[in-house]
Design a protein around this ligand. Structure first.
Ligand code: SAM
Ligand code: SF4
Length: 478
């Protein structure tokens, strides 16, 4: 049993709110943190067990720099022992920025009259996907404002188009969605389009703070948003992504909120979230944000390490909101997915705009605007294995992070070989010569490691498949 059942003041019931702000503050306020308790909690996590709220609070309350370093070291160890060196790559694709809500931190809010409102029509959508495929992308997350135009039928329609676009050897093999919460029927319609993960970020788990920032539209309803991924589960979408927008409220409370959301989903559906996102607020057009709860780099790196330890079997997503230096540091704590070659202006992948970012055309400012290939170069240099793998979801092995974590040898038998094969495809089809040379060196190092491993890994078969890819075959996976 690696789920840790936990009795909370509000008992977990499907589609019923579960956050008790007072309880979270009580736990944070009453939990003592000393070297012995911090070490005990870290070792529970290294033992592959999810932490309780109280244990998470022990890590949050540790302020002694040496203990914080031990927490970070624990997160690095967990990553190395469990997940190895793969990093999955994806890109966001903004479909439309019409919005009826008024989230004070967002450039798309209805009251922002400076925002240039656009929605990709089918032709423009196809051009965007072709441009992304030409860069080597295989996994996208489609992003939408909240507006009657972006109905479940429309979201499903855009996802289906994306899957149909094939250019050269390019194709998108996994489409994830970040859009407004839906009702159960709406989630069913979107599921039909074969989507991967459906993400809804709670933004802040504190109901009072939530009220303060969400001033108009459907999104004002805290509880409807809080229970949205329960409805997704009811509709059969079992890959769901949660997140908090760090900077709206006290980061310590938000980390507890994310853990509480995780244990709620586990209690009700026997499966936690597929991924957790932890965006930090960035500059945006007409933003109204006083910075009281701004999260420093130091706090941010600490909170990512705590999340890694608190939910050892959940994927962590780090986006281009962060600058390359912060990204490089927190990747060592076990981030599993990052975006690369990111552009947020609607229509900009095909237009090759973005020499200068235009805040009125994007939701917020990105701090890492490097191309996908530049990101891959850095990953290869730092000893990571970039991956475009989509095998689990296509073979019906949903909940892959859980399997990576809990099935002995799963990573070596499936994830690493698939990372190698998808990287080889990228190197053949899209990489400049220098990246190709370096990439095949990294592949060879990883193959030698797999040969040495005690797991039953069929390395000759991986080598054979690499040769097939060099000869022109595509989409080979285990
Ligand atoms: N409109 C949908 C919604 O609000 O759920 C779709 C997602 S919105 C386009 C994507 C996410 O971007 C939001 O959930 C929020 O966490 C994040 N976001 C909004 N404004 C931001 C800002 N100024 N800086 C960083 N992230 C921001
Ligand atoms: Fe609209 Fe989403 Fe931006 Fe809020 S965060 S204003 S709902 S696009």
């Amino acid at each position: 049993m690696i789920f840790t059942p936990e009795k909370c003041r509000i008992p977990d019931q499907r589609m019923k709110p579960f956050i008790d702000a007072e309880e979270i503050w009580d736990i944070l306020g009453s939990t003592q943190s000393d070297a012995a308790s911090v070490r005990e909690v870290i070792s529970k996590s290294l033992d592959k067990k999810r932490l309780t709220l109280r244990e998470t609070a022990i890590l949050i309350n540790a302020t002694d720099p040496e203990l914080v370093e031990e927490i970070k070291q624990g997160a690095r160890m967990l990553k190395e022992q469990v997940y190895g060196n793969r990093i999955v790559l994806f890109a966001p694709l903004y479909i439309g920025n019409k919005c009826t809500n008024n989230c004070s931190y967002c450039g798309f809010k209805a009251s922002n009259k400076e925002a240039v409102r656009q929605t990709l029509d089918d032709k423009a959508l196809i051009s965007e996907v072709e441009a992304l495929e030409d860069n080597g992308q295989k996994r996208l997350i489609l992003v939408y404002g909240e507006h009657p135009d972006y109905s479940p039928e429309y979201i499903a329609h855009t996802a289906k188009i994306v899957y149909q676009v094939k250019k050269g050897n390019g194709e998108i093999r996994r489409v994830n969605i970040n859009a407004a919460p839906l009702d159960i029927e709406g989630f069913r319609i979107v599921k039909e389009a074969n989507i991967g993960t459906y993400q809804v970020f709670q933004e802040t788990y504190n109901p009072e703070a939530y009220k303060h920032y969400h001033l108009g539209g459907m999104k004002r309803n805290f509880e409807y948003r809080l229970t949205s991924l329960d409805r997704a589960q009811e509709a059969g979408i079992d890959d769901v992504g949660i997140g908090a927008l760090f900077g709206l409220y006290d980061w310590r409370f938000e980390v507890m909120g994310l853990v509480r959301h995780t244990n709620h989903l586990e209690a009700c559906y026997n499966v936690g979230p597929h991924t957790i996102s932890f965006p930090r607020i960035q500059e945006a057009s007409a933003i109204n944000f006083d910075g009281k709860y701004r999260v420093s780099d130091e706090e941010f790196t600490k909170l990512v390490a705590i999340l890694r330890l608190a939910v050892p079997y959940t994927g962590l997503i780090l986006t281009a909101r962060e600058n390359p230096a912060v990204r490089s540091e927190v990747m060592r704590f076990g981030v599993s997915q990052i975006d690369g070659g990111t552009k947020l202006e609607i229509g900009s992948y095909a237009e090759s705009l973005n020499e200068k970012q235009d805040l009125n055309r994007e939701q917020f400012h990105v701090n890492d605007s490097r191309s996908l290939n530049e990101i891959i170069d850095e990953l290869l240099r730092d000893g990571y294995l970039p991956s475009f793998c989509t095998a689990c979801y296509r073979l019906g092995r949903t909940g892959e992070h859980f399997m990576e974590f809990s099935v002995p040898g799963f990573i070596k038998r499936y994830c690493s070989p698939n990372a190698i094969l998808t990287l080889a495809e990228y190197l053949e089809d899209y990489a400049p010569e220098a990246t190709k040379l370096k990439g095949y060196e990294v592949i060879e190092t990883n193959l030698v490691e797999l040969e040495k491993s005690h797991e039953k890994v069929n390395v000759p078969e991986i080598r054979r498949r690499i040769e097939y890819i060099r000869a022109g075959q595509r989409d080979l996976y285990f």
